[in-house]
Ligand binder design. Structure first.
Ligand code: DX5
Ligand code: ZN
Length: 230
């Protein structure tokens, strides 16, 4: 089973007027990964941030000891390939994309890795996991969407739990160290159930940035995750 849980705040719900400070605050609160949502008003009906902002965030994404905190770039853009090198140069650690947004999934996974990043595939609520059939050896992260992409603050879709179990089984069968991430509607009150379904990396936007006390919120999530382990 999963040995390590990671909490990945989505900066989509942060205060963009002081983004560096927000990133430092969630890292101080004990978060492990910075989730960076890129939307193009084409693949999804919303418009957010690009490589320039990633580059600006990069120096803030480090722990007190100076070690880098991974920036997990979730691309909700179509096409995908043109922008991949830009994000790699801007300091992305992981780049994930939706299979429907590229004509050549295998090529895009290869391109991300050639640019020195870990590669992820993202599954919308109605997208089948069969896209993984022939690329498990090229995937470092599987991201299961538990909402339809485009906006923060939506309600968790329970069918994601079934999909997480299926994705976990595929990962175990592969024998590879692939992260299993979940994105959308994750909160302290459902995180344990989601962990039991097999997720090890938890994106949370509104649940963390919408709270007054980031430390207490992240601690509550960790306490729930500890319960999931027992
Ligand atoms: C939605 C984004 C999510 C979003 C999650 O398209 O991919 O990362 O920020 O927000 P919450 O946690 O508020 O559902
Ligand atoms: Zn996301």
């Amino acid at each position: 089973m999963t040995s390590q849980y990671r909490i990945a705040p989505s900066i989509l719900s942060a205060d963009f007027a002081c983004l560096g400070e927000e990133v430092r605050a969630v890292i101080n609160a004990g978060c492990d990964v910075i989730h960076f949502d890129v939307m193009d008003n084409h693949y999804v009906p919303n418009l957010t941030i690009g490589p320039l902002v990633c580059e600006a965030v990069r120096p803030h994404a480090k722990r007190a000891d100076g070690s880098a905190v991974p920036i997990d770039v979730h691309l909700m853009v179509k096409p995908v390939d043109r922008i991949v090198p830009d994000f790699a140069k801007a300091g992305a650690s992981i780049i994930s994309f939706h299979p429907e947004a590229t004509d050549h999934i295998d090529r895009t996974l290869g391109l991300i890795r050639e640019n020195g990043c870990k590669a992820g595939l993202v599954f919308n609520p109605a997208t089948p996991l069969s896209y993984l059939d022939y690329v498990m050896d090229k995937v470092d992260l599987i991201l299961i969407m538990s909402v339809n992409p485009g906006f923060g603050g939506q309600k968790f879709i329970p069918a994601a739990l079934t999909k997480l179990r299926e994705a976990r089984a595929r990962i175990e069968q592969s024998g590879r160290d692939i992260w299993l991430e979940v994105d959308g509607g994750v909160k302290a009150d459902n995180i344990a159930e989601i962990a039991r379904a097999g997720a090890d990396t938890f994106v949370a936007g509104s649940a963390i940035f919408g709270a007054n006390d980031y430390n207490a919120t992240v601690a509550a999530m960790r306490a729930e995750l500890a319960k999931a382990k027992s």
